[in-house]
Ligand binder design. Structure first.
Ligand code: C2E
Ligand code: MG
Ligand code: MG
Ligand code: MG
Length: 289
């Protein structure tokens, strides 16, 4: 009986693994069609200069609405796109779409796009960027690339070379989710970042937790200002957190307090009505479309 039970357990895990693998395969196949079928969209979340309470730009965040209306989170499909190399054509689409959006926003605003490690390792990336920037007729400095510490796992000379090549295109570089991954402290000196984005795990609820998060945020801000980089605090939801990150010297804030990721039409309306001025409202205010 024990042997039967053991077999049952084995069978259970084997089935679970099989189901997981076939779910990934199904997502991969559907994702391949999604691009062509226009099922992918970018939403844009405001990034706010805290001193001036003025929008300086937006982060483009990808959304996938499958036919039938089901929304799939990027945390679920981006890793699959990474593994299957679909991230290369999808990444190109993201860059071209973001540049077209920048052209619609006008010269005063920037848009940041997330660049995954595999995209970063692709030697065609600088050319893709230059083409997209030229096609949209925008200034390269209006496009910002968000890169995570994951790219530093590959400690090859090509990694640092890619940073230099990207810098030479004139785009801005931001280090995303700082503090969560592989420590990039040594690379901060060598890689020409314009901005550090402080991960939301240090920011969300920082005001009511121990002073540990405040100490971490404060030291990142110190590091960034010594290196002449901006800082964006991610995931600011409450007035208390906003007051804290402002007091600690973060230059920019991104979070539900100022706005959720929104469709391009809503972005244009926001800029038309407020001229880029925004008010901290709290995270319950607006929902994602
Ligand atoms: P990320 O780049 O760190 O993006 C920030 C995430 O935090 C977004 O989640 C955003 O909706 C969420 N967020 C912003 N403000 C708040 C807040 O106040 N509270 C809370 N709780 N969350 C907030 P999202 O859009 O689900 O994206 C998750 C991750 O998926 C992104 O993290 C990024 O790593 C990846 N991702 C999203 N879009 C793209 C893309 O176009 N390309 C690539 N390669 N990755 C993407
Ligand atoms: Mg990001
Ligand atoms: Mg982030
Ligand atoms: Mg994140």
């Amino acid at each position: 009986a024990a042997k039967d039970a053991g077999r049952g357990v084995y069978r259970f895990y084997a089935d679970a693994m099989h189901n997981q693998a076939s779910e990934r395969k199904a997502i991969e196949d559907a994702l391949r069609d999604a691009l062509a079928r226009d099922e992918l969209t970018l939403l844009y979340q405001p990034i706010v200069d805290v001193k001036r309470e003025h929008v300086t730009g937006f982060e483009a965040l990808i959304r996938w609405r499958r036919e039938g209306g089901e929304m799939i989170s990027p945390s679920k499909f981006i890793p699959i796109a990474e593994e299957s190399n679909l991230i290369i054509p999808i990444g190109e689409w993201i860059i071209r779409t973001a540049c077209a959006t920048i052209a619609r926003l006008g010269p005063g605003y920037r848009v940041a796009v997330n660049v995954s490690p595999r995209q970063f390792a692709n030697e065609k990336l600088p050319a893709t960027i230059l083409n997209a920037v030229a096609a949209a007729g925008i200034a390269p400095g209006q496009l910002e690339l968000e890169i995570t510490e994951g790219v530093f796992l590959d400690e090859s000379p090509e990694t640092l070379e890619m940073f230099q090549k990207l810098k030479r295109t004139g785009v801005r570089l931001a280090l995303d989710d700082f503090g969560t991954g592989y420590s990039a402290l040594g690379y901060l000196k060598k890689a020409p970042f314009d901005k550090i984005k402080i991960d939301q795990s240090f920011v969300l609820g920082a005001a009511d937790k121990s002073s540990m998060n405040a100490a971490i945020i404060s030291s990142i801000v110190g590091l960034a200002s010594a290196l002449d980089m901006e800082t964006t605090a991610e995931g600011v939801e409450t007035h208390d957190d906003l007051a804290l990150v402002r007091a600690l010297g973060c230059s920019h804030v991104q979070g539900y307090i100022y706005g959720r990721p929104m469709a391009i039409e809503a972005v244009l309306a926001l800029l038309r009505e407020g001229g880029g001025r925004v008010v901290a409202r709290g995270f319950k205010s607006a929902r994602e479309p």
